[in-house]
Ligand binder design. Structure first.
Ligand code: PMP
Length: 315
């Protein structure tokens, strides 16, 4: 991490000083990408929140249980043994934020990796793994009001090779190639097509299109991650009365959509205002994206009575 995190890192069930959280160069994951991870946000409570009004600021971790359960599912695909249950990792995360006295918005990065396994590729359930949870202050991921995206010349990895449904470290080499290309060409983000040529997702976000007030998003089978923000956005959109349909999305539909938005823990819910230089709709955030985004922002900061079950208060 470029950022120095909180003072402590949770490392195999111990709190270790940030500068002492180290691994040997023999670590298997460093050679082969044999790691799975999560990205989670904790939000400082909004000023409209009742507790914040009374001066008791809190930090709410968003859908912590679901993230730790996904970490386990990602590990299972590769037969990595995780010695800590989702509940234990949940408790460890809350304790870590308390130990670091974190009261601001944070990013939380749990990472489970194959450790001292030599150079052998036969990773099995008995191969040694290590688990860390890192937390650091974090604000907005994309600057500005909307993002300018391009369709990448790189294709998204595929279930036939390295399954995108498992949030594995090695998958991100594909995201890095796409990101490098988009930044080199002056765009903010890349949208990747799957091997069949349909839209899959952005380098680190799921994608949604709006046409005639109806919302569409690709299937997991179109090489998309089972995003937790995706699920949250679908739930919120349906509660707001929108129809949400999962279906394959051909590339050309990106140029026909009234609105496009991306969802991800780091990016949150963010409108795409152009694709390959063509404006999406009128080139500004549309009303459907805005209502889903604003409702989400209110929920995550504890400003709504709805979906309090998605939030874990730290304090
Ligand atoms: N797709 C990819 C490739 C991602 O890296 C992420 C971020 N984890 C997402 C989608 C969005 O997932 P989530 O909403 O769970 O953060």
């Amino acid at each position: 991490m470029k950022e120095k995190g909180g003072e402590f890192v949770w490392f195999d069930n111990k709190f270790v000083k940030w500068e002492d959280a180290k691994v040997p160069v023999y670590t298997h994951a460093m050679h082969y990408g044999t790691a799975v991870f999560e990205g989670i946000r904790g939000y400082a409570s909004s000023s409209s929140n009742a507790a914040a009004k009374s001066g008791k600021n809190n930090v709410y971790i968003f859908r912590l249980k679901e993230h730790m359960e996904r970490l386990h599912r990602s590990a299972k695909v590769y037969s990595f043994s995780l010695p800590y249950s989702a509940d234990e990792l949940y408790d460890a995360t809350v304790e870590l934020l308390r130990k670091n006295r974190m009261k601001e918005s944070v990013y939380i990065r749990p990472l489970a990796f194959v450790g001292m396994h030599g150079i052998d590729l036969n990773v099995t359930a008995s191969s040694p793994t290590q688990t860390v949870i890192i937390a650091f202050p974090f604000a907005k991921y994309f600057k500005g009001e909307g993002i300018r995206a391009c369709v990448s010349s790189w294709r998204r990895i595929n279930d036939a090779t390295t399954p995108p449904l498992s949030k594995a470290a090695g998958n991100y080499l594909n995201s890095i190639l796409a990101t490098q290309e988009s930044r080199r060409n002056g765009y903010d983000e890349s949208i990747l097509l799957d091997l069949a040529g349909n839209v899959s997702e952005a380098s680190g976000e799921n994608i949604f299109l709006v046409r005639n007030k109806k919302i569409y998003t690709p299937y997991f089978a179109d090489s998309a991650l089972e995003g937790i923000t995706r699920d949250s956005a679908m739930t919120i959109a349906r509660e707001l009365g929108y129809e949400v349909t999962e279906r394959p999305i051909p590339r050309a539909e990106l140029y026909m959509a009234d609105e496009i938005f991306l969802t991800g823990t780091a990016a949150e819910i963010v409108p795409v205002t152009s694709v390959d230089g063509k404006p999406v709709g009128d080139g500004k955030e549309g009303p459907v994206s805005r209502s889903v985004r604003e409702t989400y922002a209110n929920i995550v900061t504890g400003g709504s009575k709805d979906h309090m079950d998605w939030l874990t208060p730290v304090w």
